[in-house]
Design a protein around this ligand. Structure first.
Ligand code: NAD
Length: 445
């Protein structure tokens, strides 16, 4: 559905009027060039605290890309990357202040702020851990200051020994693909398996299951994964067979009409994958439904059906695949949660429970999966322009859009791009993360 307000805010005459009235004027966000995705461009200014651990590695990574490294930002021209991993005292925090207070005005429209630190829980030094935790509040506050420019700020925590894991998240955060991921913390750890892959078509030769692939976010995920080289095995309910078939035909994918809550569905899916490929690279648990009602009026059918689609089916599918070796040594599992599972929402006790449990699934499976060279991560979308959100009443829909620091809703492709990053072979050091794709929505922040 078109966001008319966004269009008005980007037309010369109406933008002036909205500015004059002090109303938000959201910037049209930059997204990947579909004919040439994953290309980095623009200027990057790299700063560093004293005693920082990763600056040399970051410099070498950036040098090998097509961004231009610069020593001083001009007007509105740069993205800012700062290695804050050395900050271990209140006095040293001024290094962060000095860099950003001088350089933030140079930030490009739709530019990026990326701060890199040590994961506090992994540090033995309590003062160092305390100061590194402070980076979260700093990044979230910067994101609120720069959102009106369509720019984002994110924090990358790197575990000790995780230097080799920095490249994939750094490239992704600088790319147009991360446009609606804002004010998030990503954890990168030493990868269990060797990182290899091509940055332009990272999923070449990989088979990936996407549930709920016939429309909406699932369709966008399928298209992005196919663009990146994957063969998508699209699953959706038999009633959506026609849409599913045409969606999969358009990306050379495979179509499996299947209700994931039906008896034996997980085993059917495993057999289908075994028949079509010797290994499976990823499973994206995207299929989901809402059955909104105030708790006192919610029927047990509304509770149970939703729980089976959003949670039970995903768990049975994981169990069935993890009972085989199909995902071992490089496989990825992705959950699709929601900010309703983080913030809660009126009339969504069932949905909120299921989506919070998806985050629980990531937290509890991350360690056992890592032992087998598998990663598991989740996205938690905020307001995304789909059929689901088009059905929301007008005033609530407008509010949902403007609640984010970017003053707009995201597009299905924005969620898909984050998933594309999670499943890329180069993201082998990214495990156990749930990332909100919400433009920094105020809900639950
Ligand atoms: P959608 O309703 O447009 O698409 C969901 C797809 O899942 C449909 O094609 C549907 O047929 C399929 N599906 C439902 N039950 C199924 C079953 N039993 N077996 C197989 N397939 C089944 O929804 P969407 O907006 O694209 O949402 C996709 C995911 O993102 C969901 O998990 C949803 O909860 C989550 N999400 C969406 C938003 C949003 O703003 N749209 C926000 C947060 C989270």
């Amino acid at each position: 559905m078109t966001d008319r307000y966004l269009e008005l805010a980007n037309a010369n005459l109406t933008k002036t009027i909205l500015d004059g009235l002090g109303l938000p004027t959201p910037v049209r966000l930059k997204r990947e060039d579909e004919s040439n995705p994953h290309q980095l461009s623009g200027h990057v200014l790299l700063g560093s605290s004293e005693g920082a651990s990763f600056t040399q590695a970051i410099y070498s990574i950036l040098q090998a890309t097509s961004v231009t490294m610069t020593e001083a930002g001009g007007d509105d021209s740069v993205s800012l990357v700062f290695d804050a991993s050395g900050i271990s005292s209140a006095d040293q925090s001024s290094q962060l202040y000095e860099f950003f207070s001088q350089q933030l005005s140079s930030l490009a429209r739709c530019g990026r702020v990326i701060v890199i630190g040590h994961r506090p829980e992994a540090l033995a030094d309590t003062a160092h851990a305390t100061l590194q935790r402070g980076l979260v509040g700093f990044v979230k506050s910067v994101a609120k200051e720069i959102g009106r420019k369509g720019a984002t700020a994110n924090l990358l925590y790197v575990d000790k020994g995780g230097k080799t894991a920095i490249e994939a998240p750094l490239r992704f955060l600088l790319s147009a693909g991360s446009t609606f991921m804002n004010a998030q913390v990503l954890n990168a750890a030493k990868p269990v398996i060797k990182i290899k892959g091509d940055w332009t078509r990272p999923l070449t030769g990989k088979s990936i299951v996407v549930t709920g692939a016939a429309r909406g976010i699932g369709l966008a995920i399928s298209q992005v994964l196919a663009r990146d080289g994957a063969t998508v095995i699209g699953v959706d309910v038999p009633q959506a067979k026609a849409d599913l078939n045409s969606a999969m035909a358009s990306i050379n994918g495979l179509s499996l009409p299947l209700d994931i809550t039906s008896a034996g569905a997980a085993e059917t899916l495993v057999r289908f994958c075994q028949d079509h490929s010797s290994e499976l690279h990823s499973i994206i648990h995207n299929a989901g439904i809402t059955r909104d009602k105030m708790l006192s009026r919610m029927t047990s059918v509304q509770w149970d059906l939703l729980m089976q689609v959003n949670l039970g089916a995903a768990q049975r599918i994981n169990d069935a695949f993890l009972a085989t070796e199909l995902l071992d040594n490089g496989g990825k599992i992705i959950g699709v949660a929601s900010i309703s599972g983080i913030a809660g929402n009126v009339g969504q006790t069932n949905y909120g429970f299921s989506k919070s449990a998806v985050i629980g699934m990531v937290d509890s499976l991350a360690k056992p999966c890592a032992k087998r060279g598998i990663t598991i991560n989740a996205v938690a979308p905020g307001f995304i322009e789909t059929q689901m959100t088009a059905a929301i009443p007008f005033a609530t829909r407008q509010m949902g859009r403007r609640l984010s620091s970017l003053s707009q809703g995201g597009l299905p492709i924005d969620v898909a791009e984050v998933i594309g990053f999670f499943v890329s072979p180069q993201a082998a050091g990214i495990n156990g993360n749930t990332v909100r794709v919400c433009g920094q929505s105020l809900l639950g922040a």
